[in-house]
Ligand binder design. Structure first.
Ligand code: NDP
Length: 308
């Protein structure tokens, strides 16, 4: 089996940007989209802060543009998830969920991050029956109803605002006495009459057998039951590093560590881009930026390897 010059793992902004650069450099990249083609932007609403879209664009439409642009220059985009790797071998070995083995001279890991959960028993049991991590995907089912959102970041703010357009009432639970969300988002949330913000409040229990009926919450004053049909968990993300952990060095939060100012991981020929290596910024535009860096780093690595 002759090795593929460059395999890109992940079909979000980082992966597709890496693909655009690598394809234009003649590296003939193969991109595996992973379990969620398009990445997290496919479960978001309007993207208003990606430069170049002066009127904003929906996340899914933007990712269609990214993919089309990558394919235009010859990227081979494939469905499939990398479940295992052998980075002690060279060429680098990757195993797909289908069981197929792929070998590559260079790899860019751009597998992103996934939603975190609260870890309450009712959460798994009632997932899809009132519990959700995506207002854009599931909000429609709660039209005219009361819902609870958990989290104090931009995602929680965005989800609350989206749900406020559909629901009768939105309760936003923030565990600290302040929100972490950007100022503009906080202001929008706080002045929205449909959203009630509960500070220093956490979920104690999710009440309901077949569907969510109420959320039991606890704060310094009391334990309260909020009757609600839905619980939207928006408490951040964890990097999707599992298949790479035996080989790749990660930081204390589990994000892939790269050499400062580059996308180089601890394994020669393996680069990381996007949310999987970024605990700080986690924006589409920064993911795209590191995708570009990874393609340039991979190109340089392959050039050097071909000289040796
Ligand atoms: P963040 O990590 O920014 O925020 C997570 C929030 O969830 C925090 O308020 C945190 O509380 C809270 N939280 C974490 N664990 C728990 C728990 N167990 N129980 C209750 N609350 C909990 O994640 P986001 O997904 O909101 O945002 C990620 C990044 O994406 C950010 O950089 C954000 O700016 C960006 N983003 C930008 C958007 C935009 O610009 N349109 C839209 C969405 C996201 P605490 O503060 O106490 O730690």
């Amino acid at each position: 089996m002759s090795p593929i010059p460059l395999v890109i793992i992940g079909g979000g902004p980082a992966g597709y940007t890496a693909a655009i650069y690598a394809a234009r450099a003649g590296l003939h990249p193969v991109l595996y989209q992973g379990p969620n083609p398009g990445g997290q932007l496919t479960i978001t609403g309007d993207v208003e802060n990606y430069p170049g879209y002066r009127n904003g664009i929906t996340g899914p439409a933007m990712m269609e543009d990214f993919q089309a642009q990558a394919e235009r220059f010859g990227t081979i985009v494939k469905a499939g998830t990398i479940t295992k790797v052998d980075f002690a071998a060279y060429p680098l070995e990757l195993i797909l969920d289908s069981g197929e083995k792929v070998v590559a001279k260079a790899v860019i890991i751009a597998a992103g991050a996934s939603a975190k959960w609260l870890g309450l028993p009712g959460e798994k049991r009632l997932y899809g029956r009132g519990v959700s991590a995506c207002a854009i995907c599931d909000g429609f089912f709660f039209k005219g109803k009361t819902v609870v959102v958990v989290g104090g970041g931009d995602t929680a703010a965005e989800e609350s605002l989206y749900l406020a357009n559909l629901c009768q009432q939105v309760h936003l639970l923030v565990r600290k006495d302040h929100m972490r969300a950007s100022k503009i988002m906080q202001e929008r949330v706080l002045k929205n009459p449909t959203i009630q913000v509960w500070f220093q409040t956490e979920v104690k229990d999710i009440i309901g057998q077949e569907t969510v009926e109420a959320i039991e919450v606890i704060n310094p004053e009391a334990t309260t039951r909020i009757p609600a049909a839905g619980l939207f968990v928006a408490i951040g993300h964890q990097p999707n590093t599992l298949p790479f952990l035996p080989y790749i060095t990660v930081d204390h939060q589990g994000y892939i560590q790269t050499n400062p100012g580059t996308t180089q991981t601890n394994i020669p020929g393996v680069f990381a881009a996007g949310d999987i290596q970024d605990p700080h910024y986690r924006q589409a535009v920064t993911a795209a930026g590191t995708g570009c860096m990874a393609a340039l780093d991979a190109e340089r690595f392959l050039q050097q390897a071909s000289r040796n």
